[in-house]
Design a protein around this ligand. Structure first.
Ligand code: GLY
Length: 345
């Protein structure tokens, strides 16, 4: 199968993103074409380690060490990053050596942040193993951890020099984890290319992943530091994050929350002048992907959670609206007006 190569030119350097089935089998070769390390440290988690850690480590004719994190979002915190720093020091890692993040979004975010800050920055390769990480979090350089006050409150923009995406890795995922990533895939269909909404059901996952990554690359390249266009990647996330928060981050997965949030955002899009109601087709697609679509939470609680999440924007919340599949608009909505709208949806 043909190798797909995408390059993202970030402010602090380029990121090459390679996509092809079976790519993990040549990961070391691909890394050594780009990096010149004396040693490699792989960070992964307890779900992924038994599947791929040994196979990846054995490919390098160099000293390889690893950190295996306990799986789960609750470990995405500063103390975990500190543990990685200690492991990197123990391994004798220098600024020339290579850190590999092998795992889903949580592993990628934590490892990316550790790599961005250890010795003020060490080379990083992301090998994402979930659909969500392959189409979203491994690309674009957002890294970070949660604080008790909220998600992703500490972090850095740090582009991985190399991202290796092997869609075959998705075959070992539980159905629920694939559905989680599908929410982000549907998001790309809504905001940038409606074709994706048909591609999903054509059973060519490499084609789907490649198109989502291309869109993400294009958006990030225009707005790496998330001050404008990149906000469109948050379609469904504003209300989604509010739902996640109301569920204490355990009742809903991120993808489930984004799915519910996208349907709610589509209702808002209708209220704010969409020419045609796209809520029924969007709901049908999400349900076919095994995702929930009904916003069950109290509207006042949603509004409060949403405002606290967005307090940095002051009295206005930037809402991402889709009035036509394949095109998103960033619309500032004043808090009082938003309160009215949330009560209606
Ligand atoms: N996941 C949204 C972004 O990378 O901006």
């Amino acid at each position: 199968m043909e190798l797909k190569t995408l390059t993202l030119n970030g402010a602090a350097g380029r990121s090459d993103i390679l996509i092809r089935r079976t790519l993990i089998g040549e990961a070391a070769e691909r890394c050594l074409a780009v990096f010149a390390p004396s040693r490699v440290h792989i960070v992964t988690d307890s779900n992924v380690a038994p599947l791929y850690l040994e196979m990846l480590a054995k490919q390098f004719a160099l000293p390889v060490t690893s950190t295996v994190l306990p799986a789960g979002e609750e470990h995405k915190r500063l103390s975990t990053v500190e543990g990685i720093y200690h492991d990197l020091l123990k391994a004798g890692m220098t600024r020339k050596d290579l850190v590999i993040a092998l795992g889903g979004g949580v592993v990628g975010d934590i490892t990316g942040f550790a790599a961005s800050s250890f010795l003020r920055g060490v080379p990083l390769c992301q090998i994402p193993t979930t659909l969500l990480a392959q189409v979203d979090s491994s690309v674009g350089g957002k890294t970070g951890v949660d604080l008790p006050e909220g998600k992703n409150l500490v972090g850095a923009f740090y582009q991985p020099r190399l991202v290796l995406i092997d869609p075959n890795l998705l075959s070992t995922l539980p159905t629920k984890t694939v559905a989680d990533g599908m929410a982000e895939v549907v998001k790309y269909g809504c905001i940038a290319n409606r074709e994706i909404l048909d591609m999903i059901f054509r059973d060519d996952i490499q084609e789907v992943v490649s198109e989502c990554v291309r869109i993400k690359r294009d958006v990030v390249q225009q707005d790496e530091h998330d001050t404008g266009l990149r906000m469109i990647l948050n379609f469904g996330h504003t209300i989604g994050h509010a739902c996640e928060k109301l569920e204490n981050y355990v009742g809903l997965t991120h993808g489930q929350a984004v799915s519910i949030g996208m349907v709610a955002a589509m209702r808002l899009s209708n209220e704010l002048g969409a020419p045609e109601d796209l809520t029924p087709p969007l709901t049908a697609i999400l349900q076919k992907c095994g995702l929930p679509t009904e916003l069950k939470h109290d509207r006042e609680a949603i509004f409060e959670a949403l405002l606290s999440d967005k307090k940095k924007f002051g009295a206005t919340v930037n809402f991402i609206l889709v009035r036509k599949f394949g095109k998103a608009d960033i619309v500032p909505v004043e808090a009082g007006r938003l309160h009215e709208l949330i009560r209606k949806i």
